[in-house]
Design a protein around this ligand. Sequence first.
Ligand SMILES: Cc1cc2nc3c(=O)[nH]c(=O)nc-3n(C[C@H](O)[C@H](O)[C@H](O)COP(=O)(O)O)c2cc1C
Length: 193
Amino acid sequence: MKTTFGVLGVVGSTRHGSYSAQALKIALEYAKKQGAEVQQIEAGLPLYEPNAQASEQVARAAEAVSWANAIILASPDYHGSMSGVLKNFLDHFYEEFAGKLFGYIVASHEKGLTVMDQMRTAVRQCYGWSMPYGVSVNGPQDFSGGDLTNPRISKRLEMMARDLVVYGRLINSQFVRDIGSADQDTFAARYRP
Ligand SMILES: Cc1cc2nc3c(=O)[nH]c(=O)nc-3n(C[C@H](O)[C@H](O)[C@H](O)COP(=O)(O)O)c2cc1C
């Protein structure tokens, strides 16, 4: 059985110098300090097409999602919504999210709460678990010359990474135990092979 704890970060911005991607990178570094293994991927995948054969790119993303025990989604705030690229990424998956805890980062000028709500809704529909809070960065205010200069954001990213690893381990290990047991009265029962 896998004993390491894998945290996957998904970059939902295609913008060079993306603030959400920079914040995600910092959060993953903090997750590493909590003993997690980390991986970061770009959300950009071919437009989800139910009848299409999975491309190599989608297969690689699916491998990363399956590898992960917890996932951090990082999105820009586009019209109060998550980016289309990130939504399309999520559309490629469903059962893979069950039993995993998700954390959220948004780059926004307005806290990005509606963006986080949308990401939570999509994850909940796939029976993923969500952190009760997220981290919002306001790029021009919180970063300078490519560095995060707001210590409050740094603390929040550290706290989120810590909580994601600690609570994520509890949720994921119980999910794996429930799958391995014969108990029919758990939501994990339907994920048995
Ligand atoms: C098409 C578009 C729509 C946007 N809509 C909003 C918005 O509704 N609210 C907001 O605060 N910022 C909005 N922004 C600004 C971006 O959220 C902001 O530039 C953010 O830093 C982008 O994320 P990134 O740095 O990770 O690429 C919008 C930007 C674009 C390009």
